[in-house]
Design a protein around this ligand. Structure first.
Ligand code: EPZ
Length: 440
């Protein structure tokens, strides 16, 4: 069991190089997509993170044979012996992952039934799945709510349908893609999410034999086919991890080269990084992010779906904004409760006020519904050490960065959650010169 509490002594800039591999929010879905193939699939650049281990366990529980390929980070997934899993086994593997919901379409196509335990996910909102269940019903699935979870069945082949999402949900878009590709007839999805991870999943499905178009008005059309083959694919890099290390370089006055990071998928982040005063250099094999050596500038950020500023990017960046000279504003429009992590920053001496108003250029779904979804950050603040408990994945990364940039020694507990999404997290911190000890 990895250590769950670390003591961090702040004040040392993070300098050096880290490598990011396949995106957590793509590789887990790519693994599920392998269920749709009649032949084995090969997925490369898979990071060793617990979210991948969870999906590996869930696929194994359904009879998918998964072996490590010759290349480091290469998985070979053979779905030829797929079978129903007992829900106790699904429960045992699912943990707090939300991925089980995406097994539904592929399992309904292969087995005519699927079961989802009550889902988890980080504490950043109630993380509903109503869009998912509505979509599956529209494809013709029968959805039964049981005390232990949800059972779905497909008495006959699922049929293509017209779907309009009330919000460009990443998960619901993936739900449609993973179900429509093998449905009878065509599916039209309006209001789709078009994040780079979604586009990479579409690349994978096209390799398998799917026919999918993405129009300029975010309408995705899928023509159902009778058979899909396994794919071979190198996963898109993790832009959320890359942005996290970039923010860490700003917050600790450091200089970090992120190998594997690419400009195209990070354009919006790079603009904000530059406006804060950060310096970046795009190289062939990665991006160098460093503190300018002069005071940081305050900025106004409004998170949004792609190509807007990603909600997963704001938590690590807020730590850097506590060091900026002036007042910054972050209006979080994707999740209703994604500022829980600022409590620890305030305890460390940051001046942050959260508000229920929409403090941005657009009114969002959470306006006047008593969700504290806008934050005002005044700086510069000198952070001092504190005892912190990590609340969620991205908030946890932020807490570690705050402790690294604070005066004194902080005890950070529940750090195991960070390994859900950041491969070799402690080894990377060590490589960057961080001063910390793991408590046994
Ligand atoms: C994915 O979550 C990512 N997780 C999240 O990353 C990311 O922040 C999010 O997309 C937005 O980009 C994975 O891919 C595993 P959504 P997902 O469905 O698919 C509402 C991280 O740290 N909604 O786009 O769950 C929902 O409440 C994680 O890596 C419904 O109302 O996000 C939220 O307000 C955090 N009903 C909004 O849509 C539904 O049925 C966006 O959620 C589904 C979603």
């Amino acid at each position: 069991m990895a250590a769950d509490t670390i003591t961090i002594t702040g004040g040392t800039p993070l300098n050096g190089s880290v490598r990011v591999r396949g995106a957590k929010n793509l590789v887990t879905k790519a693994m599920v997509a392998a269920l749709l193939g009649e032949t084995p699939s090969t997925l490369r650049d898979v990071p060793k993170i617990s979210d991948v281990r969870v999906v590996r366990g869930l696929l194994g529980a359904h009879g998918v044979k998964i072996t490590d390929g010759d290349e480091d980070g290469e998985l070979i997934l053979d779905p030829s012996a797929v079978e129903s899993a007992h829900f106790a086994e699904i429960n045992a593997h699912a943990g707090s992952s939300r991925i089980p919901i995406l097994f539904c379409g592929p399992l309904l196509h292969r087995l005519g039934e699927a079961f989802i335990p009550d889902l988890g996910g980080c504490r950043i909102g109630d993380r509903p799945i109503d869009f998912h269940l509505d979509v599956l019903r529209q494809f013709g699935a029968i959805v039964e709510k049981l005390p232990s979870g949800i059972r779905l069945s497909a008495p006959q082949r699922l049929r293509g349908t017209k779907v309009e999402l009330p919000y460009p949900s990443v998960g619901a878009t993936e739900q449609v893609l993973l179900t429509a590709v093998r449905a009878q007839g065509t599916t039209e999805l309006r209001g789709a999410a078009i994040e780079p991870e979604i586009m990479d999943l579409i690349n994978i499905l096209q390799k398998m034999g799917a026919v999918i178009s993405v129009d300029t008005d975010r309408v995705i059309r899928i023509e159902g086919v009778d058979r899909l083959e396994g794919y071979t694919h190198r996963a898109l890099f993790d832009r959320n991890e890359a942005a996290s290390w970039a923010a860490a370089a700003l917050a600790t006055e450091g200089d970090i080269f992120v190998a594997g990071a690419k400009q195209a998928e990070m354009g919006t982040f790079l603009n904000v990084f530059r406006k804060v005063g950060g310096v970046f250099e795009i190289q062939d094999d990665g991006i160098r992010f460093r503190h300018p050596g002069t005071p940081l500038n305050p900025v106004i950020i409004e998170t949004d779906v792609h190509p807007g500023f990603m909600t997963d990017w704001q938590q690590p960046l807020v730590v850097a904004l506590t060091k900026a000279t002036g007042v910054s504003i972050v209006h979080e429009t994707v999740y209703e409760q994604r500022f829980g992590f600022v409590d620890a920053l305030i305890e460390m001496g940051a001046t942050i006020q959260v508000h229920r108003e929409c403090l941005g250029s657009q009114a969002c779904r959470f306006g006047q519904r008593n969700f504290q979804h806008s934050a005002v950050i005044s700086g510069p603040s000198a952070l001092r050490a504190a005892d912190i408990a990590v609340p969620d994945l991205r908030g946890g990364f932020s807490h570690v960065v705050a402790a690294l940039s604070a005066e004194g020694a902080s005890r950070v507990s529940n750090v195991g959650i960070i390994s859900r999404g950041y491969e070799n997290f402690f080894e990377k911190l060590t490589a960057l010169g961080a001063n910390f000890t793991l408590e046994a």
